[in-house]
Structures are given as structure tokens and as C-alpha cells.
Design a protein around this ligand. Structure first.
Ligand SMILES: C[S@@+](CC[C@H](N)C(=O)[O-])C[C@H]1O[C@@H](n2cnc3c(N)ncnc32)[C@H](O)[C@@H]1O
Length: 409
């Protein structure tokens, strides 16, 4: 299989909770996987040509200067016929992915709900708390065109949105996350084992865990640890707990709670607090609250790690920032642009982690090359979606900031 060709949908690992696609539904996902690759690869290059050859010269003729920021590029590019066509196709690919996933799930929802219930009754991995409120930043929009976001129930107690999320992630990532969609978590575990020799966390918290794609590999990578994944949305927790149980993982719990209020956990409780592709779906006012709660529940010497797409720093070309921003304006990701534009290090510092304890490192998702020989190694970046991430990390100082200041005074 050529490295350029994404793996077939049929290579997706069939864990027992995964909704089953029939021939036509699998073909649709195969089409969408190839189509997405084509859009981000060959057709995506046309955006740069349009910018260089038409949009930039026209902008310069009018303004007597080049665009100063990604917003100016976006407004100018949105007039360009190539970019408009590309953008419409890309938006449609997201809608088609959601509708295909939803169709697959709804026709077998009785079976999926019954399976989730059976797994969850037989295991001790799920703890729901109906008093947890859904944040406005989750309910205000169908995030990345996902009907019902993460929290909506098709009927009380169901798993529909979660099953749809799981069944279609393959199509948007081209298989780059591996056969269980868990390559990001595997990569994080690999990074920890390589960089934190002899460190073995006893308690791990994953905030915004969704169905556990990245919390489960942490539990598998550190079988002695107790891993807790929290999320505000009940359907993803029901599905995530059942999925973990079906994979034979028992050192993890899926708990309904908000990262803004971790009061159910004492101070200095966790060795490691992880978030993966989470912060960009929170609001500017919620993110500092979440980070300071993460700081409070971390033990001194504990690790905070956020896996996200790279922030828009001064080193990132403005055209690349514009491309990365596509999801914010066209794919219902309303917080994406502002979150990627903030000085994340300063926000993390404000939450209590001194700059000298912070670091940024690269994490590349690990696909299973035996099942996905054609899976990309990351050179074909699909900006908002591809599996090349940055990890923004910080160690909580072993002595509190106040004591450190007293000592140095
Ligand atoms: C993009 S998904 C994160 C993906 C996930 N971390 C993974 O590894 O697959 C964002 C998740 O955060 C959850 N969420 C949003 N706000 C939250 C909050 N304040 N506390 C906990 N979970 C939250 C959403 O319900 C959703 O499941």
C-alpha cells in the first residue's frame, strides 16, 4: 500500500462497543478518508497558490502593504473562488462524516445501549453525577459539526453521540491515530517513559476524557496507576467506561465532573494531570479556572501536560495561522482561534506554574503500522486535525511559590 493512501476503514479495530458499519457505510468512510487527504494534500496546496498569485497582490494593491494578521488573510481569502470552493468541500466532508456516523449508530442504538449497560453494570468504572452542569461552551454549538455535541441524549441514558464520535474519528484523521483511535495517548505514554525515567505515577487525572481514547492507553501504560477520566457529558462517559471494560482495562474510572470544579478531589492528590485536545474547546474565562484547579489537585513535583495543536506564536507564518484557523470559522470550533492565540505559558504561569518549570515538546500520534502501513507519519499536516501535536507541560514546584519567594528573599 502506498504511503500516500490512507488505510481502509475495515482495518479499524472492532472493539466490542464499536458500532458496526455495513458495506455502503464503510465505503462512505473510505471515500471521506481519501477525500480529506486529497483536500489537505493536493487541493490544499491550491490555497497557497491562490494567495500568492491573486489574493496577496490584490491586497497589496489596495492597502499598500501585506496582511498584518491571520484575520486579514481570512477576509481576503474568503473572496477567492478557489478557497471558497475548497472550504465548501471541506465543510461538506465534515457534515457527511457526521451524518454517516449518525446513521450507523442510530440504526443499532438499542443494541449499543444494551451493551454499554451490561458492561457498566458488570464493572465498576462509571460514576455519573446528574447534578454536574453542562458548560455553556459545550452546549452553545454542535462542536465540529457533531450533532448534539458531547452531552445530548437521543433518549435518556443512551450512548449515541459517543458512538458516533468513535466510529467516525477514523475518517477525519485518516487512520493516523491507529486502530483504536488511541495513538495520541500511546505517544504521551511513550514520551513519559522516555523522558521521566523511573517516574511511575500512582494517581492520574485526565480532564475532558470523552470516550477515553487517550486516557485508556495511559491506564494500560501504567497498570499500577489509578487513572480517573472526568468529563461533563454523561453519554461519552457511559460509552467510555463500557469501551474500557470491553478492552479489559480495570485501573480507570470515568467520572462525571467539571474541570472547573474539582472539589471532589483533595489538594495535592494526583501525580499527573493530563488534558488532550481539550483546552481549545473551553472558553477564555473557563480555561484559567480549569488550570488553577489542575494546579491545586496536583502533588508538589507532579506533572501537568496539555496536548494540543501548536499555539500561534510570532514564529508561525501568518498564512499557516490562517489555515489552522479554518475550523474556527467553518467547522463550529468557536474557541479555537482565541485559545491558540493566547500566550499559553503566561496563562499556565498565572495558574501557579512558574515559567522555569514549563516546557513545550512535540508529540506525534503512534499509528499501528502493522494494521495501517499507509498511515501518515505526519508530513501531511491537516492543520486543525492531523496528528502532530504539541505538549505544553509544567512541573508543580516541590515547594510552594510563596515559600520559594521567602527562601530566595
Ligand atoms: C475534544 S474533546 C477531548 C478529547 C479527549 N481528551 C480524548 O483524549 O479523546 C473535549 C471533551 O471535553 C469535555 N468537556 C468540556 N468542558 C469540560 C469541563 N469543564 N470539564 C470536563 N470536561 C469538559 C467535553 O464534554 C468533551 O468530551
Amino acid at each position: 500500500m502506498s504511503a500516500e493512501i490512507p488505510p481502509p476503514y475495515t482495518a479499524l479495530q472492532r472493539h466490542p462497543m464499536m458500532a458496526q458499519a455495513d458495506h455502503d457505510e464503510a465505503s462512505r468512510f473510505n471515500f471521506l478518508t481519501q477525500f480529506n487527504r486529497y483536500l489537505s494534500g493536493d487541493l490544499g496546496k491550491g490555497n497557497w497558490l491562490a494567495y500568492e498569485n491573486r489574493v496577496l497582490p490584490a491586497f497589496e494593491a489596495i492597502h499598500g502593504r501585506s496582511p498584518e494578521n491571520r484575520e486579514e488573510i481570512r477576509v481576503a481569502m474568503n473572496q477567492d473562488p478557489w478557497h471558497r470552493t475548497w472550504s465548501a468541500l471541506k465543510r461538506n466532508s465534515m457534515e457527511m462524516r457526521q451524518q454517516n456516523g449518525r446513521q450507523i449508530v442510530l440504526r443499532q442504538l438499542d443494541e449499543l445501549d444494551a451493551k454499554a449497560k451490561a458492561y457498566n453494570e458488570a464493572s465498576d468504572l462509571l460514576e455519573l453525577d446528574p447534578s454536574v452542569e453542562q458548560p455553556l461552551y459545550v452546549t452553545c454549538v454542535d462542536i465540529h459539526c457533531q450533532p448534539g455535541s458531547y452531552h445530548t441524549e437521543e433518549r435518556p441514558g443512551d450512548v449515541a453521540v459517543a458512538a458516533n464520535y468513535d466510529v467516525g474519528l477514523f475518517a477525519t484523521t485518516g487512520g493516523a491515530l491507529g486502530s483504536l483511535n488511541d495513538g495520541g495517548g500511546q505517544a504521551v505514554v511513550g514520551w513519559i517513559k522516555e523522558n521521566c525515567l523511573d517516574w511511575s505515577p500512582e494517581r492520574v487525572l485526565d480532564v475532558g476524557c470523552t470516550v477515553g481514547h487517550n486516557a485508556v492507553p495511559i491506564a494500560q501504560g501504567f497498570p499500577e496507576a489509578e487513572v480517573i477520566g472526568i468529563d461533563t457529558a454523561a453519554p461519552v462517559l457511559r460509552y467510555g467506561a463500557a469501551r474500557a471494560a470491553s478492552l479489559g482495562v480495570s485501573n480507570i474510572k470515568f467520572v462525571q465532573a467539571s474541570g472547573e470544579d474539582l472539589s471532589r478531589f483533595p489538594d495535592n492528590h494526583f501525580d499527573w494531570v493530563q488534558t488532550t485536545m481539550f483546552l481549545h474547546e473551553t472558553s477564555a474565562s473557563a480555561m484559567p479556572r480549569i488550570l488553577s484547579e489542575c494546579h491545586r489537585v496536583l502533588k508538589p513535583g507532579g506533572l501537568l501536560l496539555h496536548v494540543e495543536q501548536p499555539q500561534y506564536g510570532p514564529d508561525m507564518p501568518r498564512f499557516e495561522q490562517f489555515l489552522r484557523d479554518w475550523d474556527a470559522y467553518n467547522n463550529n470550533e468557536p474557541f479555537w482561534s482565541a485559545m491558540h492565540g493566547v500566550d499559553l505559558k503566561a496563562v499556565i504561569e498565572e495558574a501557579g506554574f512558574p515559567l522555569e518549570e514549563q516546557f513545550v515538546t512535540g508529540v506525534r500520534a503512534i499509528p499501528d503500522k502493522t494494521l495501517f502501513p499507509g498511515s501518515p507519519d505526519g508530513d501531511k499536516e491537516d492543520y486543525g486535525r492531523a496528528a502532530i501535536w504539541n505538549a505544553y507541560g509544567a512541573w508543580k514546584p516541590k515547594v510552594s511559590n510563596e515559600i520559594a519567594k521567602e527562601i530566595s528573599a
